[in-house]
Design a protein around this ligand. Sequence first.
Ligand code: NAP
Length: 279
Amino acid sequence: MTDKDCYAVFGYPIKHSKSPQIHRLFAEQTQQLLEYTAQEVLAERFKDSVNVFFSQGGKGLNCTLPLKELAWAFADRRTERAELSKAVNTLALQGDGSLLGDNTDGCGLIADLTGNHGISLEGARILILGAGGASRGIIAPILGHSPNHLTIVNRTPEKAIALATEFSILGDVEGCSFADIQGQQPFDLIINATSASLTDEMPPLADDLLAAEGVCYDLAYGNKPTSFVRWGAAHNARKSLDGLGMLVEQAAEAFFLWRSIRPQTKPVIAVLNAERGFS
Ligand code: NAP
């Protein structure tokens, strides 16, 4: 370890992670002396790797696939939003030596949608595709913005129904299958929280489910528009966005947790977009 404060992202695969670049840009911008690396860590090596990292002076960790649930279990204490999402993407060493677990994914999505893109969730009909870890992390923050209605649809419908039941105390939310949403009233915002875009696939979505002036948002991102972003554009979405902004916003929230200073995200998003040729 160096004399700088050390942070890292653990995951597998991790080679193409943009997190080291994002945190380096945040550190330069806020004049924080820190080092942030990406480390390939398999699930079976997670506990040992975390113990080694913090015993060598590490201050904070991000955890990504497939480690978020393990990080949740490993944390000594958890924030309320981490508790609700049952996943931790940020571990922060506390003054007493304990580890606080947080989940910044949901607020990262909300910050990108509302702050960067001016999309209001209040009173909106919202559809989430997918009922995996990412979906679980965004449901409570979305319901916290008082949508008119939230539907979760999943290839394995039982998972969507179970999630909706679990979160129904927080708002009007239902879970169903792709067959069940055929013919429903169109949605103002459709969020793709499936991993289908990673293999350039598109969930089986009917053509008439996006409202006029509706917005599409894919949590996945890449160097080209994802299959879902292309679907949104082809269905005349007012905006059809990918999750790069969410990635930067969730990183900013982790940075704030660790350093008590909030970096500006827009310049960092602009750098990453320029690098991938997006305007
Ligand atoms: P996960 O827990 O593995 O869940 C995957 C979900 O996708 C499940 O609901 C699965 O349905 C569904 N699915 C997979 N392939 C599908 C297909 N071809 N058609 C329809 N549904 C399909 O994954 P996750 O952690 O939730 O991640 C989901 C996505 O969010 C990934 O693309 C990830 O990169 C992205 N993400 C982005 C950010 C960001 O900062 N931008 C943060 C977190 C996650 P079944 O249940 O039926 O298998």
